[in-house]
Design a protein around this ligand. Structure first.
Ligand code: NAP
Length: 386
């Protein structure tokens, strides 16, 4: 089997690359990545393997230089004769930013870039499967506090917290415009955080949100809302196994489901047990987030309800000194708090039925393996460059 993988330097793509490279059915994995030269591309790919000391097989892993923004990407792929025998395309590259400042780039990468990949892939003589790494969060923000099933999306009427999930929803519609059903496989992971193994996590992105919550301790979010979180090793194993399984469907949630989901409260208990010298966690109504933001600007009304939590305001003053740091942290955390409030649980029955895999370990349990890493995370750096 010859694979073209995009996004191989990312959290999901990196773990997919390593997992796929260990499969004997796989002959070559061509990795589309942005790079100034072949040498630098090889170095970037080698780093993906070095992180956990996996074997980097130079004969098996082949870089293909390209950017989703390149106008001539479709032609460049089509003219690359090395790629004419590709039978599986795995599209994991995306701009995953939640920031509205990146909306244009998100649209350009996730819709424009995907279109270019599809225009090339649909002409392949031996294409068996186009595996799109989607996201379960395309169900949107109107769905709240319940189990969500695969067939509910893509729903063109869904409303979205961020442009990113909208573009991922549009992406699924685009794929169906270009390819027949029997060539499509859509894996929709839920929220991917850290790793369930005691190793350096491949990406600090969602861990940053958890580490920030750990430092803040007074959190405006519903602590009982369900959180469907999985580790990246589980996500990659499930996706690769799905690729090689006999499947009944073209869309699968890669998720914790009802049994494996967690809550902010459970995660806070795990954090509190490890970081036992910090103030206790206190969860307050999400509506108070605006007052928190006013406080960080020194503009909180004297009769604000937030003064009931004066000991936390004092703790923040002492810990962060400069309130602008808190402003930065809360603006980075804001979209995560919105997602946490939704209470989505993504049904994983399809995955468990069609793939030989157990339920994912709940995040409040597996995350114990990453506590030392969470402890070292520089939350200010993560907030500035999320
Ligand atoms: N992380 C999650 O919690 C999560 C959950 C559900 C679904 N997903 C989905 O999983 C997929 C991968 O996400 P991730 O978390 O792995 O993201 P990530 O860590 O940000 O990685 C994104 C990858 O896409 C590549 N990329 C971005 N823009 C590109 C461009 N213009 N041209 C070429 N490559 C580009 C990046 O390359 P560079 O290294 O060059 O930047 C990187 O390899 C996405 O489709 C996302 O929707 C992620």
């Amino acid at each position: 089997m010859n694979i073209l993988l995009t996004g191989a330097t990312g959290l999901v793509g990196g773990e997919l690359l390593v997992t796929l490279s260990k499969r004997k059915e796989v002959d070559k994995i061509f990795c589309l990545l942005r790079s100034a030269s072949h040498e630098v591309a090889m170095e970037r790919l080698e780093k993906v393997f070095d992180l956990h000391e996996d074997h980097f097989d130079e004969q098996k892993i082949v870089p293909v230089l390209g950017n989703l923004f390149d106008e001539d990407l479709t032609d460049a792929l089509t003219n690359n004769t090395e790629l004419s025998d590709i039978d599986v395309v795995i599209h994991s590259a995306a701009n995953t930013s939640f920031s509205r400042f990146n909306d244009d780039a998100v649209e350009k990468a996730n819709i424009g870039g995907l279109t270019k990949i599809l225009l090339w892939a649909k002409q392949l003589a031996h294409l068996k499967t186009f595996l799109y790494i989607g996201t379960a969060t395309i169900c949107g923000k109107d769905v709240k506090d319940r189990v969500v099933h695969e067939d509910e999306s893509p729903n063109i009427d869904a409303t979205h917290l961020v442009k990113y999930t909208y573009t991922k929803m549009k992406g699924e519609l685009l794929i169906r415009e270009h390819l027949p059903e029997d060539k499509i496989l859509i894996a929709r992971p839920s929220i991917i955080m850290g790793d369930s193994r005691p190793i350096i996590p491949r990406s600090p992105v969602i861990l940053w949100a958890m580490a920030t919550i750990n430092h803040l301790r007074l959190i405006p979010v519903n602590e009982h809302a369900q959180l469907d979180i999985i580790p990246v090793d589980y996500a990659a194993n499930a996706i690769v196994q799905l690729l090689f399984s006999k499947r009944k469907y073209s869309v699968y949630h890669i998720s914790a489901g009802e049994e494996g989901s967690t809550t902010a409260l459970k995660l806070s208990e795990t954090l509190a047990a490890y970081f036992d010298e910090m103030p206790p966690f206190n969860f307050i109504n999400k509506g108070l987030l605006n007052q928190v933001k006013h406080w960080t600007r020194g503009r909180l009304a004297p009769d604000s309800e937030l003064y009931e939590y004066r000991s936390y305001l004092d703790y923040w003053k002492e810990t962060f000194e400069d309130r602008s740091k808190l402003r930065i942290l809360f603006s980075g955390l804001d979209p995560y708090l919105d997602f946490m409030e939704l209470g989505h649980v993504f049904d994983n029955t399809r995955l468990l039925e069609d793939v030989d895999i157990e339920n994912s370990i709940p995040a409040d349990v597996y995350i114990n393996e990453s506590m030392k890493f969470v402890e070292k995370l520089d939350i200010m750096e993560g907030a500035i460059d999320p």
